[in-house]
Design a protein around this ligand. Structure first.
Ligand code: HEM
Ligand code: HEM
Length: 196
């Protein structure tokens, strides 16, 4: 107990929990899938309207699932915390990784929310059906001007998210090749090595 009588802060967990790891890898699979699907659905010919509709619903379902998984992940992170940075990491790299992770979280929230508003303002007025059966109400009406702007921002931020996530994955593999535990902690919950 510290001198001021305040309870000591709990130490950070030694690694990522199973739930945190599963959520990380599910989002890592779903985001590139949703991203690639977006270009296929937009390019799909209007003459094949049913398949185009299904591709759009699949894209919206993947995006909304990412949103729910990320909110769940942030809740777990707030309650359980995250393991301390690998002690072998130079402080500037730990700081850069921390900022990068915050930006990734921001984009993982912003891109699906913007996507929802793109869908709601789309002049075609196509409904959003989660898993093709659960209607998601649109809280704003179709609006061509707003749609044009939102669509461009949604596309730009989604591209930024995928590019940053790719850079993040390359860094994770680089650290692994240098013998650090970062990737093993996220892959199978390996323990953080003690400070030397
Ligand atoms: C991680 C989540 C998401 C990613 C990475 C993503 C990515 C993209 C990309 C790259 C495009 C642009 C395709 C193009 O213009 O060529 C796009 C378009 C679109 N997205 Fe998303 N999106 C996500 C979530 C969502 C969500 C949650 C919704 C709706 C509920 C949504 C609805 C749309 C719609 C309606 C378009 C097409 C606009 C049009 O017809 O031109 N997206 N998305
Ligand atoms: C769309 C793809 C991805 C996104 C959006 C993403 C996002 C994130 C975020 C936000 C964190 C920070 C977790 C936190 O502090 O709560 C994280 C951690 C991590 N990610 Fe990813 N990730 C992606 C793909 C990958 C891939 C493909 C790899 C490996 C090849 C990877 C390896 C890691 C590792 C090792 C950590 C733990 C870092 C640490 O312990 O400090 N990620 N990821």
């Amino acid at each position: 107990m510290p001198d001021d009588g305040a309870p000591a802060a709990a130490p950070p967990p030694v690694s990522w929990s199973r739930a945190q790891r599963r959520l990380h890898w599910w989002t890592a699979v779903l985001i590139p899938c949703g991203f690639l699907l977006a270009f296929v659905m937009v390019a799909w010919p209007l003459s094949d309207l049913l398949l185009k509709f299904l591709l759009y619903q699949a894209h919206k379902t993947i995006g909304l699932t990412v949103l729910v998984l990320v909110l769940w992940r942030l809740l777990l992170r707030a309650r359980r915390g995250r393991p301390a940075a690998d002690p072998d990491l130079p402080p500037w790299q730990a700081r850069a990784a921390h900022i990068g992770h915050l930006v990734l979280y921001g984009l993982m929230l912003a891109v699906p929310v913007l996507g929802y508003f793109v869908a709601a303002t789309a002049p075609a007025g196509v409904p959003t059906l989660f898993l093709l059966v659960i209607p998601v109400p649109h809280v704003v009406a179709p609006d061509e001007a707003a749609f044009g702007v939102l669509r461009a921002v949604h596309l730009s931020l989604a591209t930024l998210l995928v590019v940053l996530a790719a850079g993040h994955a390359v860094m994770a593999v680089q650290h692994h090749r240098r013998g650090r535990t970062t990737l093993l902690r996220m892959w199978r919950g390996a323990a953080t090595p003690p400070v030397r």
